[in-house]
Design a protein around this ligand. Structure first.
Ligand SMILES: *[C@@H]1O[C@H](CO)[C@@H](O)[C@H](O)[C@H]1NC(C)=O
Ligand SMILES: *[C@@H]1O[C@H](CO)[C@@H](O)[C@H](O)[C@H]1NC(C)=O
Ligand SMILES: *[C@@H]1O[C@H](CO)[C@@H](O)[C@H](O)[C@H]1NC(C)=O
Ligand SMILES: *[C@@H]1O[C@H](CO)[C@@H](O)[C@H](O)[C@H]1NC(C)=O
Ligand SMILES: *[C@@H]1O[C@H](CO)[C@@H](O)[C@H](O)[C@H]1NC(C)=O
Length: 308
């Protein structure tokens, strides 16, 4: 009884063919599922509630992760109180400018302007966190952006090291170098390749998802929040919505994604489309905010306009 595997009869031939067909099918299914079959639609952040590790951001010791573009300055910013001003249109009409400027340090992102928006966003800037994709926009308007900067303010540029790193020898790095040399009262830093990897690892440990494999791009908001936690004892965030904002009825009210682009894309549409997109790389704005909500309990972070 039992099947003869290595016989020479026609029956075993059939078996071999069947086995080969089976292997072929399995291979087809395995490879096919990577390339052809779309994952079913699920909001990215559904998978984020288990198996998370927490990192102590006050101690993950990253100052050496910020490389001065010229000279040998250290990223030594330390502030008791910080205002982190987001670029969201929720800041408009708040009249929070004076309060923002009373913070010891004011942190902004990319090319978000202060001019013409002082009443709502203030006019001091201690630190700007700038994405590689925003370098040109920032440099083009640098004179305007630097108008009211505090003496010794800083810019931290983030991006892949082949773009913004010394070793990349790219156009972007040379541009950053020029800016850094031109404005001696402005300290420019780039994030090292090693520290970039740590930001990726942090995303993985806080969300349970591998940043690259899940086709995610970190946002400037992610870098800015982590840097703010590193350097500030207390952070007040202006204009950031809570993670569930866009799922609510009230969230369907149209609000521009950026306060300085009134006719630009809608905030919730941008958040939801990025969060749920599977093809190509996308930002996970909503997932990031879920992490920020956890960090808020740990690191003295409060949110205003809206308050949560
Ligand atoms: C920067 O930090 C390093 C090591 O922490 C120190 O040796 C160096 O003197 C500092 N440089 C400046 C300009 O403060
Ligand atoms: C902005 O700067 C000017 C002085 O340069 C100051 O008078 C003003 O109160 C500042 N703050 C706001 C919110 O406009
Ligand atoms: C910084 O330097 C630039 C160019 O040298 C100058 O125009 C600007 O007024 C300076 N800003 C401060 C706050 O000192
Ligand atoms: C939180 O902020 C307050 C006020 O700025 C500060 O006194 C306190 O030390 C901070 N707490 C922590 C845990 O950093
Ligand atoms: C994702 O967000 C970016 C802004 O960072 C936006 O330019 C882009 O259009 C968004 N993608 C989708 C699919 O909405």
């Amino acid at each position: 009884m039992g099947l003869k595997i290595s016989g020479k009869g026609p029956r075993s031939h059939k078996l071999v063919i069947l086995a080969a067909a089976f292997v072929l099918m399995t291979l087809l299914i395995l490879f096919g599922s990577n390339n052809v079959v779309e994952e079913p639609y699920t909001p990215f952040h559904v998978a984020t509630s288990y198996g998370l590790r927490t990192t102590n951001l006050k101690k993950w010791g990253g100052r050496d992760g910020y490389l001065p573009v010229t000279g040998n300055k250290n990223m030594s910013l330390h502030c008791r109180t910080c205002a982190l001003v987001t670029s969201s249109s929720h800041v408009l009409g708040t009249g929070a400018g004076a309060e923002i400027d009373r913070a010891q340090c004011v942190i902004r992102m990319n090319d978000a302007p202060t001019m013409d928006y002082e009443a709502d966003v203030g006019n001091h800037t201690s630190l700007r966190v700038v994405a590689h994709s925003s370098v040109f926009r920032v440099v083009r308007r640098l004179n305007e952006l630097l108008q009211h900067v505090d003496n010794n303010s800083a810019i931290i540029f983030w991006g892949p090291s082949n773009k913004i790193g010394k070793e990349g020898k790219g156009t972007l790095y040379r541009l950053i170098q020029k800016v850094s040399a031109m404005y001696s009262n402005l300290s420019c830093f780039t994030i090292t390749a090693n520290k970039m990897r740590r930001f990726d690892n942090l995303f993985q440990s806080e969300t349970g998802r591998d940043r690259q494999k899940s086709h995610s791009w970190l946002s400037t908001g992610w870098f800015t929040m982590v840097i703010a936690i590193e350097m500030c004892d207390n952070i007040k965030v202006y204009g950031m919505v809570p993670p569930d904002h866009c799922g609510k009825k009230t969230g369907s009210k149209k609000m521009p994604y950026h306060y300085y682009k009134p006719r630009g894309s809608d905030e919730c549409v941008t958040y939801i489309q990025n969060e749920s997109s599977r093809r190509g790389n996308h930002h996970r704005f909503i997932t990031e905010k879920q992490v920020f909500a956890r960090w808020a309990k740990r690191y003295n972070i409060t949110f205003t306009h809206p308050t949560w």
